[in-house]
Design a protein around this ligand. Structure first.
Ligand code: GLN
Length: 545
């Protein structure tokens, strides 16, 4: 047993209230007072991890240093806290059952009937305490996915109930996030949904300690009093969480409401003034840009903003670093073709071709790469985006017309992008890609070497296909250079076109490592390149006038 304290964050009334942001904001405030904090997400679905989920389902799949494919909330945790998470920070029902069933097959339950209570709940409790027992943290915040009252959340709520009992007073508290809707016809804020949601939680034996109430309007004191009275909490435990213009405002809003203070009081821990100076410095730059650039984000999941969450956030960090507002224009690759490409891309200051899987929309991505390559528009290709840049170059510069990736065309004679050797015998889809952090040596004199200011970097991967080394010499002779190589396997991780003002393709995902405290150097440099391109364009058009 360690002295770790636990905070459980549950959600009521409706989904999408932003539990992840509240958890991350609270963690930030606690971290800023010197506490060692981590956040964990428990997801009640049966997939073992979100790696096999279509981005339309739950948004982007976030990848950690240790190669876990996780919920996108872990991205928020890392971006806010600037500390890495791991597989232990994301557990699903699928994973819980998988380990219980594995134990059962090994005969570990000694002939007992294996049941939800106690076996599944014990496994959940074990997973929650794994982080706390590591000794690395003073406080573990566990976010329970879903909404109270969901059938699939029940074992988690029961585990929380038991754990609070096991841990004893002042060691485990429940922060319940709810919605206080405003009925415009009545001109009133309504407390009833929150009362019901707290009641639902109580039916499972869990009394909420603190209510964080999402609202579009300020909560008057008498309404807070009413909520406190009917939900059995102290008035200072009713926290208003008003809609914010940016998620990065939420830590300050929670500080103003005293969330950290009441949490620490209930955990019997000392509360001091959090040091949020650096955070506020970032906010100041983010909110007071000196100029703006427009970057096209070309992908096939653009209808859902969450699909490219980490990329969008990385642009916010990079924008602040450059004191530039980065306008993102989402462009659906499926509707791009050589006829409309100029209309859709010519006005952009930079283009990012997004990661992705499968055939849909890839010809549009290839057309986009050609346009930006030929027109000197700054380009960043990530994972599939880098692969499309390689195909485009092979087809249009080397003249290999049937150059392709075997992901899209297994019959191609010129697989410039091919399945990695170790992937060839794999049939399972879940957790089998090249995942997590891998080292990459940067070529002396390259653009990336200058950007990273390092000889070797470590970046996170999530893919099955790679640049086919057999074409490397040919590509390099024609001007596309492999400037980042894996030191052990020689796999090409980065390509550049030195003739172009800014053309970089990376096989890995830099977006996962961008945080408020450490904006990613590639994104920072890309935004700077877009800015430079824009001012040059302006110069050209002024000269014409
Ligand atoms: N589909 C490609 C691969 O598996 C790219 C993956 C990605 O963009 N994350 O290699």
């Amino acid at each position: 047993m360690t002295n770790t304290k636990y905070i459980f964050v549950t959600g009521g009334v409706t989904s999408s209230l932003g539990k992840g942001i509240i958890a991350a904001s609270l963690a930030k405030l606690l971290q800023s007072q010197g506490y060692r904090v981590t956040i964990q997400k428990l997801d009640p679905y049966i997939n073992v991890d979100p790696g096999t989920l279509n981005p339309y389902e739950h948004g982007e799949c976030y990848v950690t240093e240790d190669g876990a494919e996780t919920d996108l909330d872990l991205g928020h945790y890392e971006r806010f806290l600037n500390t890495p998470t791991s597989q232990a920070n994301n557990v699903t029902t699928g994973r819980i059952y998988q380990s219980v069933i594995r134990k059962e097959r090994k005969g570990k339950f000694l002939g007992k009937t294996v049941q939800v209570v106690p076996h599944i709940t014990d496994e959940i409790k074990h997973r929650i305490q794994l982080l706390g027992n590591s000794g690395d943290y003073d406080i573990v915040i566990t976010e329970i996915g879903g909404t109270v009252g969901d059938i699939e959340s029940l074992p988690y709520i029961e585990a929380v109930r038991q754990l609070r009992w096991d841990l004893g007073e002042n060691n485990g508290i429940v922060v319940h996030l709810t919605l206080v809707p405003y009925l415009s016809a009545a001109g009133e804020l309504k407390t009833k949904p929150t009362q019901h949601s707290v009641k639902t939680l109580m039916e499972s034996g869990v009394q909420a300690d603190i209510l964080v109430c999402r609202t579009e309007h300020h909560l008057p004191e008498d309404l807070k009093r009413k909520l406190a009275l009917f939900c059995n909490v102290t008035q200072e435990s009713v926290i208003e969480s008003i809609d914010a213009s940016t998620i990065y405002d939420v830590p300050n809003l929670m500080l103003k409401e005293g969330l950290d203070k009441v949490v620490l009081k209930k955990l019997n821990l000392k509360c001091t003034e959090p040091d949020v100076a650096k955070w506020n410095e970032f906010l100041k730059r983010h909110k007071n840009p000196k100029t703006e650039v427009t970057i096209g984000l070309i992908g096939k999941y653009v209808e859902l903003q969450d699909s490219y969450k980490s990329i969008l956030e990385a642009f916010i960090h990079a924008g602040a670093a450059n004191e530039v507002k980065v306008n993102i224009e989402s462009i659906h690759s499926e509707y791009l073709n050589s006829d409309n490409i100029e209309v859709k891309l010519a006005h952009l200051d930079g283009v990012l071709v997004a990661p992705g899987f499968g055939e849909r929309g890839i010809e549009g991505k290839i057309d986009a790469v050609r346009f930006v390559r030929e027109n000197n528009i700054p380009f960043l290709g990530i994972c599939l985006g880098m692969q499309m840049a390689v195909i485009e170059f092979a087809r249009n510069v080397l003249g290999i017309k049937d150059a392709d990736s075997t992901e899209m065309n297994t019959a191609t004679k010129n697989a410039v992008i091919d399945l990695m050797e170790e992937q060839k015998s794999i049939t399972d889809k879940g957790g089998t890609m090249r995942l997590g952090a891998w080292a990459c040596d940067l070529k002396l004199g390259s653009l990336v070497r200058d950007i990273y200011k390092a000889e070797t970097i470590k970046e996170r991967h999530r893919h099955r296909y790679e640049f086919n080394g057999n074409y490397k010499a040919q590509m390099e002779a024609a001007g596309m250079i492999a400037t980042g190589l894996n030191p052990d396997t020689g796999l090409v991780e980065i390509i550049e076109i030195p003739e172009h003002p800014w053309f970089v393709g990376v096989q890995y995902h830099p977006e996962y490592k961008s945080t408020v405290a450490n904006p990613h150097p590639l994104f920072v440099a890309f935004v700077a390149a877009a800015l430079k391109y824009k001012s040059k364009q302006k110069g050209v058009s002024m000269a014409r006038n």
